[in-house]
Design a protein around this ligand. Structure first.
Ligand SMILES: Nc1nc2c(ncn2[C@@H]2O[C@H](COP(=O)(O)OP(=O)(O)OP(=O)(O)O)[C@@H](O)[C@H]2O)c(=O)[nH]1
Length: 369
């Protein structure tokens, strides 16, 4: 139950922070979610101060915070409706104004309120891009100068007693630490997500959605090595579409692409979850079946061949394109010690299948495990 509540809260926060984003990964340099977070924290702090100072009947601080809240909501709205640059810039302006006024005139510099300038500096470094160096420069400069001013001037403040100021110092420390932890967490999570997204893109074949050549070859080598080490059977197969050049020539390149995509989806639906499939190049595919006997693998690949033959792929003019595949199959056996050997055997199988009439499967292994 606690887990569900916790993950729901996490999801709600994530949704709020990502409001106004169309493309989650296109904005990684802009850090829109950090801007959202900063506005939310700012608005919450204003609400907190309105409540505390209204309760203590110090209405001028409440009014000042209400005005801050109003501007904060405007900034938040800017970010949501796409005026990101305005939202990005308004945040440090209102934050610098708020810290300066509250620290020098209301709370007194002994409250430590001016340590919030650290957050403004961190915000500038996270949110502004390299081409906004000048903006970042003046915001950091102003924050440092005003921080030093607060340290030097040492005003008593109108509203906080010495005890209040001691409490304020602790609250400021906690708030600054929380802000830092959250911003670092947000940025790291975004980096991880973008990294994962890029890796997926780099491993995927765009047309078919299957693993691309690099990924499927890496998978093949790894699975082969695992199987040899663990003394498990492993079957390797090369699949090639028959007379694909003719399909392109007769129905056009676009129809050829459609066939590749549809056949790929069919092949991916036939294999087991532990098997790997990828586009080796052109109209050639690799299927790797781990922990299975050659007999079972041959039965599965025969099912794949039949399923492709039974497919009804229509062109946009309603003409059905006949498609078949040829398959070469090879399994690990005691004589095979290198990945290249099993791959060459499967290739030989494919060649044999093509030579003996296509639309068939050829097993190249004497070792029937
Ligand atoms: N539409 C399309 N065609 C492609 C793509 N990649 C490779 N091809 C075509 O696939 C064809 C492969 O032709 P071949 O290697 O002669 O093989 P085939 O016609 O299938 O003949 P067999 O393999 O002997 O049955 C070539 O015409 C390539 O241009 C692709 O991404 N899209």
């Amino acid at each position: 139950m606690r887990g569900i509540v916790f993950s729901s809260i996490k999801q709600l926060i994530k949704t709020l922070l990502n409001l106004g984003f169309d493309d989650e990964f296109g904005n990684d340099l802009n850090q829109k979610h950090v801007v959202n977070f900063s506005y939310m924290m700012f608005c919450l702090s204003c609400l907190f101060m309105i409540a505390v100072f209204s309760f203590r009947q110090m209405y001028s601080v409440s009014l000042f915070s209400a005005f801050g809240l109003f501007i904060g909501v405007i900034g938040l709205r800017y970010n949501y409706i796409g005026y990101f640059s305005r939202a990005q810039l308004l945040m440090p302006i209102i934050k610098i104004s708020q810290i300066t006024v509250l620290s020098l005139f209301y709370f007194g510099t002994s409250s430590g309120f001016h340590w919030f300038f650290v957050n403004v500096i961190a915000y500038s470094f996270v949110v502004f891009r390299a081409d906004q160096r000048a903006t970042k420069g003046w915001i950091v400069g102003a924050s440092v100068a005003l921080f030093l001013l607060c340290e030097l001037v040492n005003t008593g403040g109108l509203y906080l007693s010495t005890v209040d100021q001691e409490i304020a110092i602790i609250l400021v420390f906690l708030a600054v630490a929380f802000n830092f932890a959250m911003v670092i967490n947000l940025v790291m999570n975004r980096l991880k997500a973008v990294n994962h997204h890029l890796r997926t893109l780099a491993e995927k074949d765009e047309l078919t959605g299957l693993s691309n050549r690099r990924k499927v070859l890496a998978d093949a080598v790894n699975i082969f090595a695992d199987s040899v080490i663990n003394r498990e059977s492993c079957v390797f197969s090369i699949v090639d579409l028959d007379h694909f050049k003719k399909i392109n020539d007769t129905f056009g390149h676009e129809a050829g692409d459609l066939v590749l995509a549809k056949v790929s989806a069919m092949m991916a639906s036939v294999i087991r979850s532990q098997d790997e499939i990828g586009r080796y190049g052109g109209e050639e595919f690799i299927v790797i079946m781990r922990d299975t006997s050659l007999k079972k693998a041959a039965a599965m690949m025969e099912h794949m061949r039949q399923s492709v033959e039974d497919m009804l792929i229509e062109t946009e003019h309603g003409i059905v394109i006949p498609v078949t595949i040829s398959i070469g199959l090879a399994a690990i056996d005691p004589s095979v010690s290198r990945y290249e050997e099993i791959s060459a055997q499967a290739d030989k199988g494919l060649y044999a299948a093509k030579r003996s009439g296509r639309n068939r499967l050829s097993v190249q292994s004497d070792y029937q495990n």
